[in-house]
Design a protein around this ligand. Structure first.
Ligand code: ATP
Ligand code: MG
Length: 229
């Protein structure tokens, strides 16, 4: 995947990617995408941020934060560049990315640069997020490709005054921050699909890491449509 990524890190610049999600459960699509972003942008770390109470998903039951947390932990255990943050769990109430990004931004160390990572599907509906115009003024964004979603159709590209740059995968926001479109290996796995596979009694092999597959079986997760919190 060749593209300009605002050049190599300058000096000792440390690049951190924030990758938020419900991770209900984490799957190989999340992990492979995170790995490809890390390599493409020369990130020193990717921080998975578990949404405790995703504001968009209040319409369906989500399994407990504890189970989702444990599964992400197991899934990233062997990768020293991947970490898991409890910042949204510690905060009361709904999880809003603007608060998360701003708090990481406040705590940035000298020479550290932040990137917020999200999939094309999430980007296409980002105008439903709290204070979304402000999001692009805090840090750079990396939108990763996802099968069946076209990030170029995202309404915010127009409404927020982004300017397309050559070769077309980088957009400049009026704040001076960049938004990058990154083509990653298309992986048609979703947590929704995983939950369905379990409900139907089929195998999770090659959709989630082995440890996550074992965890789901051990804890009996996703067998019923409804889960107690
Ligand atoms: P659900 O089906 O429950 O919405 P999901 O698979 O979309 O689950 P999320 O936890 O909602 O997983 O996603 C977290 C982030 O990862 C989002 O920004 C989403 O766009 C991105 N993402 C998830 N799966 C993929 C994938 N297969 N390819 C690219 N991006 C993905
Ligand atoms: Mg999703």
């Amino acid at each position: 995947m060749e593209m300009d990524r605002s050049g190599p890190p300058k000096g000792n610049e440390r690049r951190t990617g924030l990758f938020g999600g419900t991770f209900d459960p984490i799957h190989l699509g999340h992990l492979r995408c995170a790995q490809e972003v890390k390599e493409a942008f020369d990130l020193s770390q990717v921080i998975f941020i578990l949404a405790a109470t995703p504001p968009h998903k209040l319409d369906r039951p989500i399994i407990s934060t504890r189970h989702r947390w444990n599964m992400v932990k197991e899934a990233i255990a062997d990768n020293p560049c991947f970490t898991l943050s409890d910042v949204e769990i510690r905060r009361e109430g709904a999880s809003y990315s603007i608060e998360t990004i701003s708090s990481y931004h406040r705590d940035l160390k000298e020479g550290e640069k932040l990137f917020f990572i999200l999939g094309a599907d999430a980007f296409c509906e980002i105008e439903t997020w709290k204070d979304y115009p402000q999001l692009f003024t805090v840090c750079d964004f990396i939108v990763i490709s996802r099968p069946n979603f076209d990030p170029l159709q995202a309404p915010v590209l127009q409404s927020e005054g982004f300017t397309k740059e050559d070769p077309g995968d980088r957009f400049l926001h009026p704040s001076g921050h960049f938004l990058y479109l990154l083509r990653v290996t298309p992986i048609g796995i979703s947590s929704t699909g995983i939950r369905r596979v379990v409900r139907e009694g089929r195998s999770l092999s090659y959709l989630v890491p082995k440890e996550v597959e074992k965890y789901i079986a051990r804890e009996g997760l996703y067998r019923e449509v409804k889960h107690s919190l």
